[in-house]
Design a protein around this ligand. Structure first.
Ligand code: BG6
Length: 501
């Protein structure tokens, strides 16, 4: 098993939620599973005044157990208070890094994780560069930048230009934690390691593609952030479009960062722009309103702390669009995401065309149900194939049945959390599951006209939907004819039979 070279990880924004809930547990897991070298250290940095011990106390509860090994892990964690705008503090940071390097015999391999407010994504890398902490002559210097990468098309472009002044593209890791999910990566394996799927993965056999990322939670105290983001920037611009990229891309030449990102980029370049006059028939936005869920009153978005009581921020988006290339010409893609929906589920539905002739129609009823391949990203990661079978008995009554694979059946192989995988990849210098600068800009290019129209034309409706429902009814109209969205329930595989919410 290959492990990363000795290194120090510096986490900016260390007193924040992401560090406690995701980054430290992920690093701990890597440590427990012997994926970290024995020469490593973690230095948390943020404005909050704390010493090493106080910082360790804050994060201990997020480390599952406390054994001897965990104490060893904790003893490698340090803390440095920093004023992000004070150049002198980066000199202190450099001195601290020198100390840690000598203490643990670590070369100058540094990974800087920016888990700070996005306004600091230019400041910190610039200050690091001024302190000489960007040069790779004595060891690697890598930056992980959390989302949102820019708040619109031009700010993303500006951020890229700014970062590239002092860093090579290969030093910049733009994180999208969806790409770290095992089942998202499995998409490539499903498509390119199986002879049965790839030949039918195109406009000749596929009717439509549907991607849903539903959350039952609301904004959970992040109203302030969410007000400036909304579902389009929070989920669509990054997570959903990255999934579209992997579903729609051509086979890469090799499984390597640039080859894969190149194919994703081609998909983004082929997204047909949504024209202003198409906006209302192709994009639906919604916002959850107060309701009662399972007998408990639930606040609407506008009642959440930090949210403007007359806010027009969308907590739900559903879209229909096309990818204008050889493979996907004419195949509609439907994507939707929302907060306070009935359940938490992310899935990709590939719906195949029905048979050309309906042999088993009975009493005028179409018995040729469409085949669907459902890639469950979360929870209960797996694959579900729906197809028609003859119901036992007289005649030819066709019923839809499921062929279902659950990742959890591979009990011997634990699934690693997204941040674990992504941190390890960055430490190994593998950017395959990170977004390249130009693809992030291309994703912004696609959604920017929609955001502009929403800002400039107040007559474009934002539909209310009661918390705990599947979003505004208007999103059903995006799908033509009798077809509807798939409404997965908690018992995801047995959909249609009963629904436990
Ligand atoms: C984050 C968004 O990027 O993804 C959150 O900012 C969202 O609003 C989260 O809740 C969803 O991630 P997951 O892994 O829980 O689906």
């Amino acid at each position: 098993m290959k492990i990363p070279d000795p290194h120090i990880i510096v986490i900016f924004g260390a007193s924040g939620d992401l560090t406690k809930r995701k980054l430290i547990p992920a690093l701990h897991q890597l440590y427990i599973n012997n994926h970290l070298p024995s020469e490593f250290a973690i230095l948390g940095a943020s404005r909050t005044i704390l010493n090493d011990e106080e910082f360790r106390e804050r994060i201990t509860e997020f480390i599952p157990t406390t054994t001897g090994a965990d104490n060893e892990f904790l003893n490698r964690i340090f803390y440095q208070t920093i004023d992000y705008n004070a150049t002198a503090d980066y000199t202190d940071l450099k001195i601290r890094l020198e100390e840690l390097k000598h203490r643990f015999s670590i070369p100058s391999n540094y990974l800087f994780y920016l888990s700070t407010p996005p306004q600091l994504y230019q400041v910190i890398p610039q200050e690091l560069a001024s302190a000489g902490l960007n040069t790779q002559s004595d060891g690697f210097k890598r930056l992980i930048i959390e989302k949102p990468f820019g708040h619109n098309q031009s700010s993303a472009k500006e951020l890229n230009i700014n970062l590239l002044t002092n860093y090579e593209e290969s030093q910049i890791y733009r994180i999208d934690h969806y790409l770290g999910k095992e089942s998202v990566q499995n998409l490539m394996v499903t498509r390119f390691a199986n002879g049965i799927f790839e030949p039918v993965w195109n406009r000749n056999f596929i009717n439509r593609v549907e991607i849903t990322s539903a959350e039952s939670l609301g904004v959970e105290g992040r109203g302030g952030y969410y007000e400036s983001s909304g579902a389009m920037c929070d989920m669509v611009q990054n997570h959903l479009l990255q999934m579209v990229g992997l579903v729609a891309m051509e086979p890469p030449v090799v499984i390597e960062a640039d080859a894969i990102r190149h194919e994703v980029m081609k998909v983004f370049q082929s997204l047909r722009p949504i024209k202003p006059e198409e906006l209302q028939s192709q994009v639906v936005r919604g916002q959850y309103t107060s309701s009662t869920i399972k007998g408990f009153p639930t606040a609407g978005y506008r009642e959440e702390p930090g949210v403007n009581p007359s806010s027009h921020t969308e907590t739900y988006v559903a879209m229909k669009f096309f990818i204008d290339n050889w493979r996907w010409a004419g195949v509609p893609f439907f994507i939707r995401t929302g907060k306070k929906l009935p359940t938490r589920v992310t899935e990709i539905v590939i719906e195949f065309k029905p048979t050309p002739h309906h042999l088993f129609d009975q009493n005028g009823m179409n018995q040729n149900l469409s085949n669907q391949l459902i890639i469950r990203i979360q929870p209960d990661e797996g694959l579900l194939l729906k197809f028609g079978m003859k119901e036992p008995g007289a005649g030819f009554k066709v019923n839809q049945v499921n062929m279902d694979f659950h990742y959890s059946d591979l009990a011997a192989l634990p699934m690693s959390a997204a941040y674990e995988r992504l941190l390890l990849d960055c430490l190994m210098g593998d950017a395959t599951l990170y977004s390249r600068g130009d693809t992030v800009e291309a994703a912004w290019n696609f959604i920017q006209p929609i955001l502009d129209a929403w800002t400039n034309d107040p007559s474009i409706p934002i539909y209310g939907y009661p918390a705990g429902t599947w979003g505004p009814h208007e999103s059903d109209a995006l799908i033509d004819g009798e077809l509807t969205w798939r409404f997965p329930c908690k018992n995801l595989a047995d959909d249609g039979l009963y629904c436990e919410l």
